[in-house]
Design a protein around this ligand. Structure first.
Ligand code: ZN
Ligand code: ZN
Length: 417
């Protein structure tokens, strides 16, 4: 254990307990006798202990946690033989997949240092990521196909906090990031469970409107952006709480501000510029500019992390195509905080975004009963990766385009029209 006493006290224990409660009750709706698999950075031990307590209070079967640690990850890059970077702990992921098949829920705690691998050889990072993605696929599919109830929350890891607030002392940085996490996760309110109910109802109203419009495509315009995103045949918009195939209604992301659906993998045209830096597995990729032709990225540039970006795009055929498009108003609470979190869970909820790679099968009408072939035929993308990046700002307009070519304003200057 390596948690500095000052840092530990910088996190309000009462709000941390509320976060654990919200994660178990709202995020997962963990059921009696349901098992739970948690993944967490080592610094998040105080939160894991509270989650475990609330999980058992809710009647959990068995709770199992897997920890990751920055120093042990870096030890591999410093000392492991070259062949190590094509390996992954497949046996562990097979075990996780087996747990999910057996009905376990999954909870991930985000909060790794976003710049952890910044100084490492991009080729090794890419190889390690690819090996990991391939090994993780069977377990990840249970999550991306929404077979099980799952949830991601975050913990103010000191190395992450220092990245977000470099000018502050470690203790102050952790306190400030903790407060931002608690506010965005709505656990600083008197009744967080009721607040989430209301928030879910609002997101539902937005997704229902988009579903009733049945747009054929969305057209984004803004500085450096003129992009038409065709939507998949039979796409369905989602947001907030949704019901997994195991029948449990959960909130996969806490926080969440987005409504999102599946683009058509072959029908994306034009160019788009990112509006916030993307932290991807320890590397920062900034000022992304890409051009699409027939749904495929044919040109990609970035002012920072371009080599990593291009390696990511070469992961497989689907890595150059879109698997998600999501709408978030510029006035979302996370956006209003003005903080750049360098963490997708937060930054994607401050801005409209698109994701490269794997689509969500639940974002189709009757998605649970569609086969992989049907999803592909309707325009759903498949890939080992799913990487969200931010394309929204107060300068971006979005029109919905109907099948007959008529246009409906969806967002103006980053707000719902
Ligand atoms: Zn998203
Ligand atoms: Zn996404």
């Amino acid at each position: 254990m390596n948690i500095h006493a000052d840092v530990k006290t910088a996190v309000d224990p009462h709000k941390l307990e509320k976060l654990a409660e919200v994660a178990i009750q709202v995020g997962l709706q963990l059921q009696r006798n349901q098992d739970l698999v948690i993944t967490a950075p080592l610094a998040a031990v105080p939160l894991v202990r509270l989650l475990t307590k609330h999980a058992y209070m809710a009647g959990a079967g068995i709770v199992t946690t897997f920890y990751s640690d920055e120093e042990t990850t870096l030890a591999r890059y410093a000392h492991a033989p070259d062949a190590s970077f094509d390996k992954a702990s497949g046996w562990l992921y097979d075990g996780m997949a087996k747990a999910y098949e057996g009905g376990a829920a999954r909870l991930a705690i985000a909060g790794d240092n976003p710049m952890m691998l910044a100084g490492q050889d991009p080729a090794k990072v890419a190889r390690a990521n690819k090996a990991n993605s391939m090994a993780y696929k069977p377990a990840l599919e249970k999550i991306s196909n929404f077979d099980i109830n799952w949830n991601i929350i975050s913990y103010p890891n000191p190395s992450w906090a220092k990245q977000v607030f470099p000018e502050l002392s470690e203790e102050e940085a952790v306190r400030k990031l903790a407060d931002a996490i608690f506010a965005a996760s709505r656990v600083d309110l008197d009744d967080p469970v009721a607040a989430w109910k209301e928030h879910n109802a609002n997101l539902k109203k937005r997704s229902s409107w988009l579903n009733s419009e049945r747009f054929a495509s969305l057209h984004f315009t803004g500085p450096g952006t003129d992009l038409t995103v065709g939507l998949a045949d039979g796409h369905e918009w989602h947001g907030g709480a949704s019901t997994a195939k195991n029948g449990i209604t959960c909130n996969p992301n806490i926080p969440t501000e987005e409504v999102f659906t599946t683009p058509h993998a072959l029908k994306v045209e034009g160019h788009v510029s990112s509006t916030k830096p993307l932290s991807h597995q320890g590397t920062l990729i900034d000022n992304i500019q890409v051009r699409f032709e027939g749904g495929r990225i044919v040109e990609a540039r970035a002012s920072k992390g371009e080599e990593v970006l291009n390696k990511v795009l070469d992961t497989d055929e689907g890595a150059r195509r879109l698997g998600e498009v999501a709408l978030v108003p510029h006035s979302s609470p996370i956006s209003k905080s003005g903080i750049l979190f360098y963490n997708t869970l937060f930054d994607e909820n401050a801005s409209c975004h698109i994701a490269l790679g794997q689509c969500y099968s639940k974002c189709f009408l009757d998605g649970a009963s569609l086969s992989q072939e049907q999803i592909k035929a309707q325009g759903g993308n498949s890939s080992l990766i799913h990487i969200d990046w931010m394309i929204g700002s107060d300068q971006v307009d979005i029109d919905g385009i109907r099948a007959d070519g008529s246009k409906v304003p969806v967002m103006r200057k980053g707000e719902w029209a």
